[in-house]
Every structure is written in structure tokens, then in C-alpha cells.
Design a protein. Sequence first.
Length: 279
Amino acid sequence: MTTLAQALKQATCQLQMHDQARLDAEVLLAHVLNRPRVYLHTWPEAELSQEQEARFSDMIRQRAAGQPVAYLTGQREFWSLNFAVTPDSLIPRPETELLVEQTLALLTENKNLRVADLGTGSGAVAIALAHERRHWRLYAIDQSLKCVKLAQGNARRLNVDNLCIINADWSTALADRSFDAIVSNPPYIADQDPHLQQGDVCFEPASALTAGPQGLDELRCLIKDAPRVLVPGGWIVLEHGMNQATSIRKLLNDMAFTNIATTRDLAGLERVSCAQKPA
């Protein structure tokens, strides 16, 4: 019989082409065992059953072929919450937590605000905000029915009830002057960007990733429509690519937004820009 330590050592070798080979192996083995990762370090001499060993080997084979860990386990942690994910949605990423942080910092905590998350995917951003601000009313919108159903399931499991999830195109779903803030992590990768052939994005839906020759098509539409949707003094908060901040600030300025600012992520990259509609 194979011990946990032996299985991890072998799996790490098989995944050596991946940057986080050991971590990936631990996450997948913990998932197979339905145990926390600390269990692997506490009981390294515990043995795998034949069924567990076969399942783990199959997952390692798929991960070696590039399949994202989140799709193999069907889950990903975001904002200390555990979200279900599927190949129909973008995998929530740590840098997107900055979008949540900035929104919470910008908006008055003790007011009953209406906030729209456009292109919600798994619902990670909207649910994180709804979880932090129970008195806000969140509206999560996505044109993909599969994503809407995924987000609804996540909201139920995470006991969020101040959230309305809508299957619609964001350009037609929002009424005039109806929201205190718009937040979005829209598609922002250029159609021919070579990064689309690397890592997890190879397996993620193109509709959640690409947006025209410069990656700005969806961001441009959001910024153009935001003044109609926001109340006076309302905010727009957007995640974008690391080289797009200058273009985003210009687009916001062209639409007469004020208090335009960009925040860098933990890697020092310009990642989230925000602006306010004049009062």
C-alpha cells in the first residue's frame, strides 16, 4: 500500500513542470481524502486505499496535462469563502480580492446601498460583498445561464440572502440612476494575447477572458454606460489588465468621471481603477 508521503513525493515529481507542484499535489490529495491539508503532514504514514490511489493518480494525470486544480476539485477559495467552480466560469483569483477591498473602502458602510456586479461568473465578487455588507443589496448579472445557476448555488451554500442574481446582458439589465456602485471583473485580455495559450486560461471559457484586439471592448462599454446607471456621486470600480490602467483612466476622464484612481495589487501591478460620477 502507498503512504500519503510516498504518494505526494511521486505526484510532485509528475507535476514538476508546474510552478506549484507540491501545493497542487497536496490540494488534490486532500480533496481525494476529504481531509484538510494539515492532515497530510500530521499523518504522512497513513495509507491510501486502492480506490483513493486510483482516483489521485487520475487527478495528477489530468493536472499534468494542464487541467486547472480548481476544475478538478470543483472548488476555489476566495475572500476566505469556498466557492464551487465549473469550466463554465472563470476561476476566482487572489488578485480579484482587491476589487472587493476597494469597493468596501470606497462606499459608506452604514448605508443601505445598491451595488451591481456585472459579469458575475461564479458570483465570487458579489457574494463576498454581500457577505461583508448584509445591509447592502447586491445585484449579480451574467448573460450565461450556466454561470447564473452556479452563482445561485454558491449564494445558497454561503447563506447570502441580500443578493439578486439575474440572467441578462449588463447593457440592458440596469435602469437609469438605479445603483450606488458598479463593480466588474470583465473580460480584458486581447484576442491574440499569447498568455491565452498558457496555464489555467487554456481551459477557461474565452467569453470570460477576451475582449477585442486590445482587450478593452467590454471595459469601454461599461464605462460608457455607467453614467446612465449610477446615481449622482456613485462609483464604478473595475479590474483590468496590468498594462491597461492608462487607457482606463482616459476612458473614465472622457466620460467626465471624477476622483479617478488606480490601485496596485500585491505584485505591484496596476490592477483596479475606480472613479466617481459627479454629484
